[in-house]
Design a protein around this ligand. Sequence first.
Ligand code: CA
Length: 540
Amino acid sequence: MPQRSFGVARLAAALLAATACGGGAPAGPVSPNTSGWWRGQVVYQVFVRSFADSDGDGVGDLAGLTARLDALNDGDPATTTDLGVDAVWLMPIFDSPSYHGYDVRDYRAVNAPYGSLAALDAFVAAAHARGIKVILDMVLNHSSSQHPWFVNSQSGADAARRGWYVWSATDPGWPSPLAGAPPWRPAATGWYYAVFSGTMPDLNLAEPAVEAELVDVMNGWLARGVDGFRLDAVRYLFASGPQPAQQRDQPEAHAFLRRVRAALHRDHPQALLVAEAWASTETVATYYGAGDEVQLAFSFDQADAIRSSLAAGASGDLQNVLLRTEAALQGKDRGFEAPFLSNHDQERVARTLAGDLPSLRLAAATLLALPGTPFVYYGEELGMQGGAAADDRNKRTPYRWDATGPGYGFTTGTPWFTAPEAAGVDLASARADPGSLWHLYRDLIALRHARPALATGEAARPAVAGGGAGAFALLRTAGGARVLFVANFAAAPAGAFTVAVAGTPTVLAAEGLAGAPAAAAGQVSIPGLAARGFAFLALE
Ligand code: CA
């Protein structure tokens, strides 16, 4: 049997931890999800290393990001030179030996190439001055193998931090739940569990001292002014046995998240937790708990379905996922969803869609029509494609601020990494072209903010008759306000179709409408849509 790991001893430790969170203080009730600041907002995901370099060393940093905040949101709703996003998620900014930072060496220190604690404070202050909230990436599942905790833990069976990781005297021989290398890794003093990589040993979250330390870390960042956390890899927080299904989505993970939420909300009731549970919509929905686990979770199936519906020229995949999502969140809350198109672990959506602008425009419109809190991956609004997905760095290339290489406004030096982009895929060019993808994102973010039905409303899929396989309709409703989104996912024009909802339509935004939509016999008639066309219609 593994030492201190997945048997009765670990379960007992988990039960103990249930009463020991936050260093022993009792956890109070959590704030309702529905009162959260993120409701109705749009979040922008930033890889600090690739966003803006302030000092010419080719590596993006917090000072560079701070200096460029006006491009994201200048804090003045009257101006139209900014994208208009409401919050930023910073991928890991803590001390780490890797370029990506998902193996943390010190949870309380800013990664030196990104700047100092003072630089982070200045960034948070500058963001808040513009009304931008700040979400930090928090990796609770594992640390770096270079973390002093693990260095101590692996030094021997009697080490002070031995129990902070998961050790076995012999190889338990489990297969990976990720179709990767087996998770038990050899060290001089035993075998340790590390589901992602040997350099990323899993923390023993059943150890109350580990939970208390991580809660203290998170409370420290909240006290410093950040507004929430994106929680990495929540599916893998606990494992209970050799089968892949025993190495993910364990009940202990849900209990852990409930305790963490309560422990953070005691002093910071507005702290947001958004989960990366890379799984089916049904599994993702389990992290809602009773409204007491995470407040948001990324909608991976929707991201896949938007891309595959565009690739197929038919709306069926998206319809099916939305049907499943409605069922999975029945009696819960569609505001739990965090729709997105692609993220740092995936080929960029513009590459998947081969840079086809009408497809990218419909992808953006669909993202910003869906319920929940949409996330935009930096550069998506420019149509950045990055490079071939076999190398993760190709998914995380430097932002293109202008058309002048080799730094493209990202750096005055040599970029830490780069991949080619098509001409015009840069912010300066996009701002100068009223027909650019960036302008569409900006306009639709503004529309979403202006229309409560889009920002926070309920979602339903009224029946569509005609229009072919690409036709799609989504109705958003808040109080008496209604916005109908219609689209044609096909690569060919859609003929006239009707949507089974009553009301007189007014066009708010549209591309490729064949004529004026109208009320007809208790339905809305759409006279036709161009290939990848769409329309947002207010219904009176
Ligand atoms: Ca730099």
